[in-house]
Design a binder for this molecule. Structure first.
Ligand code: GDP
Ligand code: MG
Length: 163
């Protein structure tokens, strides 16, 4: 069994972009099942020299605003049950939102190790912009730009510590 990594976070923080970036050329979608797991993408990736199974929790964007947190939790709970490691993504450009904080509070109670990722830190939004993420109590944030590929070495290193 490959170690399973699940990418979590509120809509629009860049989870799918990060998923694609981590999967890279080895992309191999093996499950895109309609229904309950409709929102989920799964692929194998090579991270820090290890083959892993990567889950992207997506599609929560379709939820009505008042139910986002409930749906996020239900979908994430299901994915997290299979996970050896959670990659929790926040958007360093918008800063922390109440949804990020609620999600983080829930995540801290789960018995799964977490790598915290502050995305969209390219350009003048450097590591400084990720500083706020310390408040989440999920450890040191790894500053990346999923879109540009910045910080991927650091992210691989942070993931490796848990594999
Ligand atoms: P998801 O809803 O969390 O899966 O987020 P997506 O991966 O669909 O990305 C949401 C938006 O953020 C898209 O417009 C992406 O192009 C953008 N985005 C993702 N990563 C980055 C990044 O590193 N920098 C910037 N500036 N935008 C990004
Ligand atoms: Mg997505």
């Amino acid at each position: 069994m490959l170690p399973t990594l699940v990418i979590l976070g509120r809509p629009n923080v860049g989870k799918s972009t990060l998923f694609n970036r981590l999967v890279g050329r080895k992309i191999a979608i093996v499950d895109d099942t309609p229904g309950v797991t409709r929102d989920r993408k799964e692929a194998e990736a090579r991270i820090a020299g290890r083959d892993v199974r990567l889950l992207d929790t997506a599609g929560l964007e379709e939820a009505a605003p008042e139910t986002i947190q409930g749906r996020m939790r239900a979908s994430s709970e299901a994915a997290l049950r299979e996970a050896d490691l959670a990659i929790f993504v926040i958007d360093a450009r918008t800063g922390l939102t109440p949804a990020d904080r609620a999600f983080a509070t829930w995540l801290r109670r789960q018995h799964v190790p977490v790598v915290l990722v502050a995305n969209k830190t390219e350009g003048r939004f450097g590591g400084q912009a990720a500083f706020e993420a310390y408040e989440l109590g999920l450890g040191d944030p790894v500053a990346v730009s999923a879109e540009h590929g910045d910080g991927m070495g650091e992210l691989h290193d942070a993931i490796r510590e848990h594999l």
